[in-house]
Design a binder for this molecule. Structure first.
Ligand SMILES: [Zn+2]
Ligand SMILES: [Zn+2]
Length: 552
């Protein structure tokens, strides 16, 4: 008789796309699945990255037995460099995933402290009372796995990110026979990828992209420049294969792409025919229709090579008339504006630009509805929990599960921080742990709160007004009228009268209170109040108002 319940707690990735992180807890053992990051939305001004809040784990450090990473995408690995100091446990992954993690850890100088362990794509690790078995899945990156987690209350299957591609470019197809076998044994809970649960039908095979690339390489009159994610190893392979077919040499541009290519070649996940790769300083002399460049920047990342090229800011690579630029990735929601600005700039310079809206230069790596139903049918879980997606994706996936016969009471739609408790017969959501966003801003982690974000938003919209109040050090009396300096608020020449009026307003207010010396906190609040009201009446804007006192 098993008394304890198994707890399943998503710390990220449920109710959002990105920062996937999930923990499972049974008595004195905790395992962590994925430690991802999320790219900031447009209104998160000046924020570089968003990572999960791990306060729940910080309080239970001694219970954590290990971290398992399902694949090398940043929404599953990216928070590791920031959270490793707190999570000092072994990290288990397949070989390529480990390679990608190493590249990122080295960038952040966290490599030496990490305990990275390789597990084969069908290997098993035992972590406390959990026995975790990997199984290969197809995704847009090789060496991706799903997990079979053998727990004291039953078998749990975690799909990772997956699709069912019968003709993958690299790596193995999703191991459907193992899943069917487990289904026959009895599975307690299935956790399955919901990213594309809105899409009917089947996700096309990676093969489609290969054909599109072949056509481009054959037809492009000049150079071809292809931007994709550094982690999309299989796409890079497709580009190399296609280049080889049409006798083009391949030049990898940019540090992160070069680092990844070198690592993947070393580990044997990329194959390049002898002599096909050239350095950028060797390109001169190669005919234009015999060269392909691979670079990052498909998301309009400001420091990427492609964006530099688009802005005529790259040292070695400039757009020439007749170039074809390919964005082989779909825009991450929120990045559209910057991506299309880059596309526009490339067109302006005379390039032909191809992107997924106009040519099938990208297919996504997640299962559509029919594939999701297939997984549900093979596994036949008692309980189901959709993971990885915005709330609507989770809701759609829950409906799919119902449509294949899982009863509504056995489907749990959780959001970040919810606790699902399970035993062999029943499951229920029993509470919530803290699981918000932690913002990474340049080099600092976590001290950017929502207040700072609100301030930045205000500054970007309505500007700032500084009120400088000079006070006599001895008497505490106001000297002259206060000075007002503004930035990004109004045109100070045109609005001179209004600014003058506001100086008088503050002076009158301070004068009024002269007989009752008040403390600075009170005065500054009052100044803020008066000016806020006045400026709003005049301009319908709310600049940030910062009163300063100078004692002279
Ligand atoms: Zn992924
Ligand atoms: Zn993902």
């Amino acid at each position: 008789m098993i008394k304890s319940r198994l707890k399943i707690i998503p710390l990220g990735g449920l109710g959002e796309i990105g920062k996937n992180m999930m923990l499972m807890e049974y008595e004195d053992d905790i395992i962590i699945i994925d430690v991802g990051l999320m790219f900031p939305e447009e209104e998160m001004l000046g924020i570089d990255l968003v990572i999960p809040d791990i306060s729940y784990l910080r309080e239970r450090r001694e219970k954590i037995r290990g971290i398992i990473i399902t694949h090398g995408h940043e929404d599953h690995t990216g928070a590791l460099p920031y959270l490793l100091p707190d999570l000092d446990v072994p990290i288990y992954s397949t070989k390529l995933t480990q390679g990608l993690i190493s590249v990122k850890l080295k960038e952040r100088r966290r490599f030496s402290e990490a305990k990275l362990k390789t597990v084969p794509p069908s290997g098993t690790v035992t972590l406390g009372k959990f026995k975790v078995e990997f199984f290969p899945v197809c995704h847009s990156i090789p060496d991706a796995v799903g997990l079979v987690i053998h727990t004291p209350v039953g078998i749990i299957i975690h799909s990772g990110d997956f699709k069912i591609d019968y003709t993958p470019v690299s790596g193995k197809p999703t191991d459907l026979s193992r899943l069917a076998q487990l289904g026959a044994q009895g599975v307690l809970l299935l956790l399955s990828d919901s990213t594309y649960a809105e899409l009917p039908g089947y996700t096309p095979s990676e093969k489609v992209v290969g054909e599109a690339l072949d056509n481009i390489m054959a037809d492009a009159p000049g150079r071809v420049i292809i931007a994709t994610f550094a982690s999309l190893v299989s796409r890079v392979q497709q580009i190399i294969d296609s280049a080889a077919k049409y006798q083009r040499r391949v030049c990898v541009v940019g540090r992160s792409m070069s680092d990844m290519v070198r690592m993947a070649l070393e580990l044997g996940y990329l194959n390049a025919p002898e002599g096909i790769l050239v350095r950028i300083d060797e390109v001169r002399g190669i005919p234009r229709d015999k060269i392909v460049f691979i670079t990052t920047g498909s998301q309009g990342e400001p420091t990427s090579a492609l964006v530099r090229i688009a802005n005529r800011d790259h040292r070695q690579l400039h757009i020439l008339r007749g170039d074809t630029v390919v964005l082989s990735a779909s825009p991450i929601p929120g990045n559209e504006a910057v991506i299309y600005r880059t596309v526009d700039n490339l067109f302006k310079q005379g390039a032909q630009v191809l992107y997924s809206k106009v040519t099938p230069v990208h297919v996504h790596g997640h299962a559509s509805q029919e594939e999701l139903k297939l997984l549900l049918n093979l596994v036949k879980p008692r309980f189901f929990m959709p993971i990885h997606g915005e709330y609507r994706h989770l809701a759609f996936h829950a409906q799919l599960a119902q449509s294949v016969g899982i009863s509504k009471e056995n489907i749990f739609v959780l959001e970040d921080g919810d606790i699902l408790e399970l035993n062999q017969q029943t499951g229920k959501i029993t509470g919530k742990v803290s699981a918000g966003n932690v913002y990474v801003d340049g080099l600092s982690v976590g001290d950017i709160g929502t207040v700072v974000l609100r301030d930045r938003k205000m500054l970007s919209k309505d500007g700032i007004v500084m009120v400088i109040i000079a006070i006599n050090r001895q008497t505490g009396k106001l000297i002259g009228r206060p000075d007002i300096v503004s930035r990004g608020f109004v045109d100070t020449r045109e609005a001179r009268n209004m600014i003058e009026e506001s100086r008088n307003l503050v002076a009158r207010m301070l004068d009024h209170g002269r007989d009752h010396p008040a403390d600075w906190g009170f005065i500054s609040a009052k100044v803020r109040d008066v000016l806020n009201k006045f400026y709003y009446e005049q301009t319908k804007r709310r600049p940030m108002i910062l009163p300063f006192m100078v004692k002279v």
